[in-house]
Design a protein around this ligand. Structure first.
Ligand SMILES: [Zn+2]
Length: 239
């Protein structure tokens, strides 16, 4: 009897592998990020294919193999079809997964990261058109992931003089890792990005709250771009 183990996973990616097999990259609750081979994935009658599409929450019975562990059985629990039927949402999930793969180390389980990923997909799945944009949700997910990994920016006190942050003339100082007040900013001329009071409020909200609570965010286009740019730059600087 081959040795088996059960995994609750979110399928991140899938690609062809040797003849008619496939390979899936997953983030599992039990073991973190890992890859599994799926035998006969490309065969028309593959029972596993539908349960192992990217952007799916599934339960997998994995089988230990000599060279590769493979998925012996799989049952999808949530297919997130509102994401799969929306190109903008697919692109947002893809963007989030690319960053996720880059900054999450393999084979390290973390229940909070699993929940965050699951909540991100749930919110992205249920967000209606005209509400918070899928792309912004992806960046907010990336921001929460960075905070979770210990890259927590200072959002309340000036990173130079430690004085409480006042709303006017604020900048986000990348090297010092957080907000810098107007006076220090003029004095030091740091490599910093302009940030509005509303953008600061949004980042504070995201840092503090469960991802489930973030689908009702209201923000204008200019501030959305500002927030995306700051998170992208922060990601480039620290990860
Ligand atoms: Zn200061």
């Amino acid at each position: 009897m081959p040795e088996t183990y059960n995994l609750k996973v979110i399928i991140l990616n899938r690609w062809p592998f040797a003849e008619d097999h496939g390979r899936v990259a997953v983030y599992s609750l039990e073991r973190g990020r890992l890859e599994l081979v799926v035998r006969g994935l490309k065969k028309i009658k593959s029972k596993l294919a539908g349960h192992l599409e990217p952007i799916t929450l599934a339960n997998i019975m994995a089988v230990r193999g000599r060279q590769y562990d493979y998925a012996g059985a799989a049952v999808s629990e949530q297919g997130y079809f509102n994401i799969k039927n929306d190109l903008e949402k697919i692109a947002a999930a893809g963007q989030a997964f690319r960053v996720f793969n880059k900054i999450i180390k393999a084979d390290q389980a973390d229940q909070e990261i699993f929940e965050l990923l699951k909540n991100f997909l749930a919110v992205l799945n249920r967000t209606a058109a005209g509400k918070v944009s899928p792309e912004l949700l992806a960046w907010l997910f990336i921001f929460k992931l960075l905070v979770k990994l210990g890259h927590k920016p200072e959002l309340y006190y000036c990173v130079n003089c430690r004085a409480k942050i006042l709303p006017a003339g604020l900048k986000f100082d990348l090297a010092r890792g957080g907000l810098i007040g107007a006076e220090c900013s003029v004095k030091l001329e740091p490599f910093a990005l302009t940030i509005s009071e509303n953008s600061v409020k949004l980042l504070r909200l995201v840092e503090k709250n469960d991802f489930n609570k973030l689908s009702k965010i209201k923000i204008n286009n200019k501030e959305e771009n500002q927030v995306k740019n700051i998170i992208n730059s922060f990601l480039g600087y620290y990860a």
